[in-house]
Design a binder for this molecule. Structure first.
Ligand SMILES: [Fe+2]
Ligand SMILES: [Fe+2]
Length: 242
């Protein structure tokens, strides 16, 4: 696979991240192209912007991007929001998030209007009628965190949940992925009880893939074992170090 270029993971859905060979922690922005409308999920950090932007531009005219969505406020996914606002340069650009997240996003100097999904029945409709449904993942790992479920592709863009540390990174999860998720979830996720509640909601969805913001994409056959693994994983282990 050529990680120097955008990679289509499902029809019209692209991984547009930066493959840093020296890092064990990868960030995964995703672009949905629906007709002539673009929807960019967790666009990335400032240092990753040149690469992410080049990949986005290779697929769609940035002016056609109607929406930027950020699953929480961390700089590794939200830092480039103001630079993307400049590139897209649309008065009607929307930033989709949860209101609780916006209080911190404001500190990046964002100018666009927010679309708070909780005020819109936890969903957004693209111009074509395609619906994206938002799945709250509270405290995993930030209070307002959420995932995005695309009803057309049946992909869940899960934010930090299902993320991983991986020295030997691949876009798609391999046989060692549970261990890689464990390295990330144990210190970052606060409690198994909370994680279980959220995972019980997620497993009710008809899922074709889980595409997280870190680590690798989980394909259909690996979804149930991954959910079961996380449901039984002891997390919040950082507390024990205090
Ligand atoms: Fe995060
Ligand atoms: Fe993250």
């Amino acid at each position: 696979m050529n990680y120097d270029e955008a990679i289509e993971i499902a029809p019209g859905i692209y991984w547009v991240g930066f493959y840093d060979k020296t890092a064990n922690f990868h960030c995964n922005p995703y672009l949905i192209v629906d007709g002539d409308e673009g929807y960019l999920i967790d666009p990335g950090s400032v240092p990753h912007f040149p690469i992410v932007a080049r990949k986005v531009i290779s697929i769609i005219d940035p002016k056609k991007i109607s929406t930027l969505s950020v699953s929480h406020q961390d700089p590794d996914l939200a830092g480039s929001l103001p630079v993307f606002e400049d590139l897209i340069n649309r008065d009607d650009l929307k930033i989709v998030t949860f209101k609780r997240v916006s209080f911190l996003l404001n500190h990046y100097g964002i100018r666009s209007k927010y679309y708070f999904f909780e005020e819109n029945d936890n969903r957004i409709r693209l111009k074509s009628g395609r619906e994206l449904i938002f799945v709250p993942t509270p405290y995993l790992h930030t209070p307002g965190a959420f995932g995005t479920y695309d009803t057309k592709s049946k992909i869940l863009f899960s934010g930090d949940l299902f993320g991983a540390f991986s020295d030997d990174w691949d876009l798609y999860a391999g046989p060692n992925y549970n261990h890689q998720m464990e390295l990330f979830h144990k210190p970052y996720m606060p409690s198994r009880e909370i994680m279980r509640l959220v995972l019980e909601n997620i497993e009710k969805l008809d899922l074709s893939m889980i595409a997280s913001q870190h680590g690798s994409i989980i394909k259909k056959e690996q979804i149930k074992p991954s959910i079961d693994f996380l449901k039984n994983l002891e997390v919040g282990t950082y507390l024990k170090m205090l």
